[in-house]
Each structure stands twice: as structure tokens, then as C-alpha cells.
Design a protein around this ligand. Structure first.
Ligand code: SF4
Length: 70
């Protein structure tokens, strides 16, 4: 059984500007001129879920949270 679509949340205060998220899932994450994460799509389509999970896994600052809906 697979989880429902994740809702993506970012915490710019935790973001340390590593940029992994924007590399792994550029459709969902961008970075400001200061290098702080910018969330482009809080409810990404299914085709992007794997990339979003990978971005959250790879964020060194744990600034990306995924809330899965039932
Ligand atoms: S991977 Fe994490 S620390 Fe790096 S820009 Fe994205 S949210 Fe910020």
C-alpha cells in the first residue's frame, strides 16, 4: 500500500543553502538570491514524489518536511 501524495513544507530558518533540493527537484524547489530555499509547489504531482522524497532525505539541514495524507 502506498502513501498518499505528500504535502511539502520547508523551513527557511533551518535552510543552510546547500541547494540539494533545487538540484534534485527543480520543479518543486528553488533558491532565493541569498541561497535560501523557495518552495515552488507544495503539492507536487505524482511524477515528482520520488524526487521530492530524495530532496528531503538529502537536505543536510532537515529543512524539508513531507506530510503524507492518507
Ligand atoms: S537542501 Fe535543504 S539546506 Fe539545501 S537549499 Fe534545500 S532546504 Fe536549504
Amino acid at each position: 500500500m502506498s502513501a498518499g501524495p505528500p504535502r511539502v513544507e520547508v523551513d527557511p530558518r533551518r535552510c543552510c543553502g546547500a541547494g540539494m533540493c533545487a538540484l534534485v527537484a527543480p520543479e518543486v524547489f528553488d533558491q532565493s538570491d541569498e541561497g535560501v530555499v523557495v518552495l515552488l509547489d507544495p503539492r507536487p504531482p505524482a511524477a515528482l514524489h520520488a524526487a521530492v522524497r530524495e530532496a528531503a532525505d538529502q537536505c543536510p539541514c532537515a529543512a524539508i518536511t513531507l506530510h503524507t495524507t492518507p
